[in-house]
Design a protein around this ligand. Sequence first.
Ligand code: 13P
Ligand code: SF4
Length: 328
Amino acid sequence: MPLENLSLQEEILKLKEEKRAIILSHNYQRDEVQDIADFVGDSLELSRTAATIKCDVIVFAGVNFMAESASILSPGKTVLLTEIDANCPMADMIRVDSPRPVRKSFPGFDNPPQYVYPVEFTLRDIKAQHPGVPVVTYVNTTADVKAESDICCTSANVVKVIESLPEDKVICIPDKNLSMWAQKNTKKQVIAWDGFCHVHERVTPDDVKKAKLEHPNAVLMAHPECRIEVLEMADHVTSTSGMLRFAKSSSEKEFIVGTEIGLLYRLRKENPEKVFYPLRRDMICPNMKKTTLKSVLRALKENNYTIKVPEHIRVPAKRALDRMLEVK
Ligand code: 13P
Ligand code: SF4
């Protein structure tokens, strides 16, 4: 490890003690950020941890909706997001009641995919079109969207959440791929939104064919944010931590990993006798990679960037998150 990282680590650990702080990291964070964290996990695990953890300060190494969820669930704690502009483009694809921004490219890519978001509908429009139909909202959304929703879900529990509702029809926002995956796994009718994660959406069936040709003995694990055609070619579809559990318990030795490449660090660390290949080497979320050890230290030193969801949004958003956390 570089000497600079060693001294940064020491400073972080010292300040963390002094401030009674806990560092939470998503599985997509840089290797060294995962190493300094008290807890590394998927969105569901991070929500559960944020709801129960005992500390004064939560330092969130992730993207903004994750820190917002921590603030919603733990209003008495100071929640710090390590980089203020670490956002999730998918979360920006749905707005409660004002038109969504039209984005044509994603920073951090040499050859960015040119996606145009449809702007004409909002969450209130879609609710008005389907009166009485409950809204199941992926946690990758802003707090105000959660506040307008009946229940939240993550990639780990979307089907269980939908099945927990008494209604036969649900609106599922914002990820079309997650919604289509849910539709394949439930008898209920799922009304999907057309949002997507640009990291997973870029994977095509040709990428899968190529990876399988290169690694004929490998098992393909894919995240449900991938396109449905890709998911149909996968051996196992699950959340990031679901992939960790699957790889650990499987008797297979080789795995193709269909998600952001940050997960490969934990997969390799926890399974040194197994081999992991990225499905595509450019499955990189630029926003997840904004956080460095320096950002973690700065967050602790300067007490920023504080994320505080206002009460009128926090209370209804918490109801939707709590309802999800109650689903067994
Ligand atoms: P999970 O870790 O919950 O599978 O989510 C993936 C993701 O895209 C988080 O931004
Ligand atoms: Fe958003 Fe995709 Fe990045 Fe997750 S990986 S934060 S869904 S853009």
